[in-house]
Design a protein around this ligand. Structure first.
Ligand SMILES: [Zn+2]
Length: 303
């Protein structure tokens, strides 16, 4: 009986691992949960290893099969290899999303050759200074307001102002909760944008989506000025309606309209280390004077 309880517990830990891996690769909306679980990943890993071993022995016991002697070291080795690969993979992955890495990146942006601008400055400035690298730093606020505030705290310390694109229908925060944060950020000199997902809401109905676009933009404008929008990426690919939006009448433009020389993004929580161990942030070093660099960071991944 005790063995069955132990096996169930360990089996559950294995399932947790499968869920975590699945959430990382398939279901972006679970990302915050995944990050929240990171401190536990080593104990989980240990239990996953144990569950492999115990479950195997339990199966042998139930079926009353006395295995040849080499079975035990084989099961143990497979469990160990699985365990070590998980540790290796998660170490590598989690190291690219440390807030300290982001803070170092901001220090780089503070250097003399860079000029970090709010998104609305792109259209308002007819001629960008040819002696600077122009950096437009943006955050699409997909899931977590708390993680956003972690990033904002660092930006405030470094005296860097980004542009923040808020959703009205996040799976993880309700719009009303974001209003005081939006107002606070606006008063602190950050620019606010609209992260639209109207095509997803109307399940692909373009006409309804266009009506909704105006309605939601105006709703957000009740709290803060909005000049720029960015589309939320999901299966409905919201940027598709942008060509139909009456930009002049609504007085907005999209991040997609920006002609950029370099684009740096953490979209999808991908591994930020490119080949040969260089981080995606190193792409910044390829920028030349006069270039426009757009950087998109999702706070949800950073911890
Ligand atoms: Zn998004």
């Amino acid at each position: 009986m005790l063995w069955i309880i132990v096996a169930i517990l360990l089996g559950l830990s294995l399932l947790t691992w499968i869920f975590l891996i699945y959430s990382l690769f398939q279901e972006y909306r679970y990302a915050t949960l995944f990050i929240d679980m990171l401190p536990f990943y080593q104990p989980l890993n240990f239990f996953a290893l144990l569950s492999v071993v115990v479950s195997s022995y339990l199966i042998l016991y139930i079926y009353e099969w006395s295995p040849p002697q080499w079975i035990a070291p084989l099961v143990l080795s497979i469990g160990l290899i699985l365990n070590l690969s998980l540790i290796y993979f998660f170490r590598k992955w989690s190291n690219c999303y440390k807030l300290s890495v982001y803070a170092d990146f901001l220090d780089e942006l503070k250097k003399e050759q860079y000029s970090v601008k709010r998104f609305s400055e792109f259209n308002q400035t007819p001629q960008l200074d040819k002696n600077k690298i122009h950096v437009f730093l943006r955050h699409d606020v997909d899931l977590s307001l708390n993680r956003l505030l972690n990033i904002i705290k660092i930006e405030k310390e470094k005296n860097i102002s980004s542009t923040l694109f808020f959703r009205l229908h996040s799976e993880k925060y309700i719009f009303e909760k974001s209003i005081p944060i939006i107002q606070y950020l606006h008063s602190e000199g950050f620019e606010i944008g609209f992260h639209y997902e109207v095509l997803s809401q109307t399940e692909g109905n373009t006409e309804e989506a266009l009506v909704l676009f105006t309605k939601e933009l105006n709703k957000l404008r009740e709290y803060t000025p909005i000049k720029v929008v960015s589309p939320h990426g999901d299966k409905y690919s919201n940027q598709k309606i942008w060509s139909l939006v009456d930009k002049a009448k609504l007085d907005v433009w999209s991040t997609y309209d920006m002609k950029r020389d370099i684009y740096i993004t953490d979209a999808g929580g991908k591994n930020m280390f490119k080949q040969h161990g260089s981080h995606i942030f190193d792409k910044l070093k390829e920028a030349k004077l006069g270039d426009v660099v757009q950087i998109l960071i999702h706070a949800d991944w950073w911890y």
